[in-house]
Design a protein around this ligand. Structure first.
Ligand code: MN
Length: 430
């Protein structure tokens, strides 16, 4: 467990204009990312209110580990900063907190601040590998029911954190367009598959867990150390072509239905920033198996979940033309993970697989229990059988060209300053 300190105090106040009232990036957050401006190429930054603070530019104002961390984060990715775990990023957080709360430093720091509206955000890491899990138990049940009404969960689900290896090359930051994929689709009543643009394009509301540090091949990360290998979290939209998926996924799992594009929110909300929002993992229902010893840790069960609220909004081309606000499709807590993030790390490495800094682990779609919190159109439209009604009179079962999906997430807990992840946005183009 990360100890709470002055950087988490709800009363902490920054001299940066608007930061204290900011819904996403007050000084208690200090998420890290990679940005560029018109005059300079990619480098590391920290979000504070509606500004981005250039880490390389404030390095001379920092000392010790914080200065070393700012130097490591001043390049084109954050991989070097997290190469040995979170210690340097934690030192950087403390150093930045001092600079941004002490008004005596305002004149020195101000030249390093850029309006966020003048910055382009990029992928925070060079992502070596991407794994997507399936921890959302309500999602797994909702989807399983469509195929196996009497037995929605397969027998391995409550023993093994189910996952598959995804594609890192097609992960993009928020704001990039999503080209509708083409592929094979087979109608249940047809003898042969057809080829063409996906007619069942969907989103998946997930969180991304960023790996920090590394393990040598053949050396698993024990569950008790796994939380130290979480650099932080972002939002992940795992775009999915359901018609391609239904035809291709057996026996080896998703392939072209998933690997054409995944979108992330570009700010890394660090493990230190999330420390006040660690909560107990919900108890397993009576009768569920006890996790095998390599996945069992009392401290992880006591603090391994997150108090995070997630939401998905949709704006169609017609809605934008009519000046209508994006329509909320769902909102719910990140409480449906059957396995904790630490259990995902321990499981991923238990066979000796080596994780590297900047590897990305998707949680899987996080639907909560009730319909208003379902994290995909596959669930909301019941596989396309129940169209959703939108403001302006349109309906949707799956996404159409021009549709834009926006995901947001906030860590919220009574007595704590709410912090946000920024946006995870993507628009479908034909
Ligand atoms: Mn997924």
């Amino acid at each position: 467990m990360i100890d709470l300190d002055e950087t988490h105090a709800p009363s902490a106040s920054s001299w940066v204009d608007g930061a204290d009232a900011h819904r996403e990036f007050p000084v208690q957050n200090l998420p890290l990312g990679i940005f560029s401006t018109a005059e300079r190429t990619k480098r590391g930054g920290v979000a504070i209110g509606d500004f981005v603070c250039d880490l390389g530019a404030v390095e001379p104002l920092l000392s010790g580990d914080a200065a070393q961390a700012a130097s490591l984060a001043s390049g084109e990715t954050l991989n070097a900063l997290f190469a040995d775990g979170n210690a340097l990023a934690d030192a950087l957080r403390k150093g930045l907190f001092e600079l941004l709360t002490d008004s005596a430093r305002q004149d020195d720091v101000t030249p390093a601040l850029y309006p966020a509206s003048a910055c382009t955000l990029h992928l925070p890491f060079a992502i070596g590998d991407y794994t997507d899990f399936y921890t959302g138990i309500h999602h797994a049940e909702n989807v399983g029911k469509q195929f196996r009404p009497d037995n929605p969960l397969l027998p391995n689900y409550k023993w093994v954190p189910i996952g598959y290896h995804g594609r890192a090359s097609s992960i993009v930051p928020s704001g990039c367009e999503v080209v509708r994929p083409s592929g094979q689709q087979k109608n249940p009543d047809g003898d042969e598959p057809l080829f063409g643009p996906s007619k069942k394009l969907d989103y998946e509301m997930e969180m991304a867990v960023w790996a920090g540090g590394s393990n040598a091949m053949g050396r698993p990360i024990p569950i008790a150390e796994a939380a130290d290998h979480i650099a932080g979290l972002s939002i992940l939209n795992d775009w999915s072509a359901r018609d391609l998926q239904a035809w291709e996924y057996q026996p080896l799992g998703p392939f072209l239905a998933k690997n054409f594009n995944s979108t992330i929110s570009p700010w890394v909300v660090t493990s230190a920033a999330l420390a006040p929002f660690r909560i107990a993992q919900p108890a397993r229902p009576a009768g569920d198996p006890v996790p095998l010893p390599y996945l069992a840790d009392a401290d992880d069960q006591a603090h391994g979940a997150y108090a995070i609220e997630m939401e998905v909004l949709l704006a169609t081309a017609k809605m934008r033309e009519a000046g209508l606000e994006p329509h909320r499709l769902s909102k719910g807590p990140m409480d449906a993970m059957y396995w904790t993030a630490a259990q995902l790390i321990a499981h991923h490495t238990v066979n000796g697989c080596n994780l590297r800094p900047g590897d990305l682990l998707g949680t899987g779609t996080l639907s909560s229990e009730t319909r208003d919190s379902f994290g995909s159109l596959l669930e909301l439209s019941e596989g396309g059988k129940r169209p959703l009604e939108l403001p302006g009179g349109e309906t949707r079962t799956f996404l159409e060209d021009g549709d834009e999906i926006v995901m947001r997430a906030h860590a919220v807990r009574e007595g704590r300053r709410t912090i946000g992840f920024g946006e995870c946005r993507g628009k479908i183009v034909g």
